[in-house]
Design a protein around this ligand. Structure first.
Ligand SMILES: N[C@@H](CCC(=O)N[C@@H](CS)C(=O)NCC(=O)O)C(=O)O
Length: 208
């Protein structure tokens, strides 16, 4: 049975298409019209009480939260390839980066761009400058977060970096720009970009 992704091409769900292209399993995209508020209807609310996309369904299994979807897909369909096995020493850093993207990078970028008053010593995501420095160091020399080993952590962190760069919420440091360029060359990302762009065009999205 195909994996089902509740999707809109101009949302975080676009990154899950990249994940799906990387794992190489058949999948189906179901469009959720977030511009018209479809995500707040009863059908989608039953899938995710937060009324947000992406949501992935794999038979009886349902997963929301982009990073959780990534870890689920890697463990379930690409263990040893995109996810280090449970007893692999790379598993620790792998999990660290998968959690770092939503809980630290996203939050710090949001706090900085929204000028939230907060104390970095109390906030779990710390100081924005420390986050950028940590990311710079993590992708240098690279090429990937686990050194020579490309993993779902790169897709999760890379998707966050791309998203934040797109909205000018994260510094375009030389290491992060070079990392993003390496990611753009991944055939799975090229394929996902095309799929998302085709849907944008077919549905006439992004036009004012
Ligand atoms: N923490 C969630 C965030 C998901 C999210 O914010 N999705 C946005 C699109 S990028 C959405 O569904 N927005 C519609 C709404 O909030 O009404 C994740 O990482 O998946």
């Amino acid at each position: 049975m195909a994996l089902v992704l509740y999707h809109h091409p101009m949302s975080r769900a676009a990154s899950v298409v990249w994940m799906l292209e990387e794992i190489g399993q058949p999948y189906e995209l179901r469009f959720v019209d977030i511009a018209s508020g479809e995500q707040r209807g009863d059908d989608h609310r039953a899938r995710n009480g937060m009324m947000k996309i992406p949501v992935l369904e794999d038979g009886d299994v349902r997963v929301s939260e982009t990073a959780a979807i990534g870890v689920y897909l890697a463990d379930r369909y690409a263990s040893g390839r995109l996810a280090p096995a449970l007893d692999d020493p790379d598993r620790g850093p792998f999990l660290r980066w998968c959690f770092f993207a939503p809980s630290v990078v996203e939050m710090a970028c949001m706090a900085k761009s929204s000028k939230w008053p907060y104390s970095p010593g109390s906030a779990g995501f710390g100081a924005y400058e420390d986050v950028v420095a940590t990311l710079d160091e993590a992708v240098t020399p690279g090429p990937w977060l686990l050194g020579d080993r490309y993993s779902m952590a790169d897709i999760i962190v890379g998707a966050t970096v791309r998203f934040m760069h797109r909205f000018n919420m994260l510094d375009r440091t030389d290491p992060l720009v070079a990392y993003a360029e390496r990611l753009e060359a991944r055939p799975a990302l090229v394929a996902a970009n095309k799929k998302n762009a085709d849907i944008i065009q077919e549905r006439g999205l992004g036009r004012s």
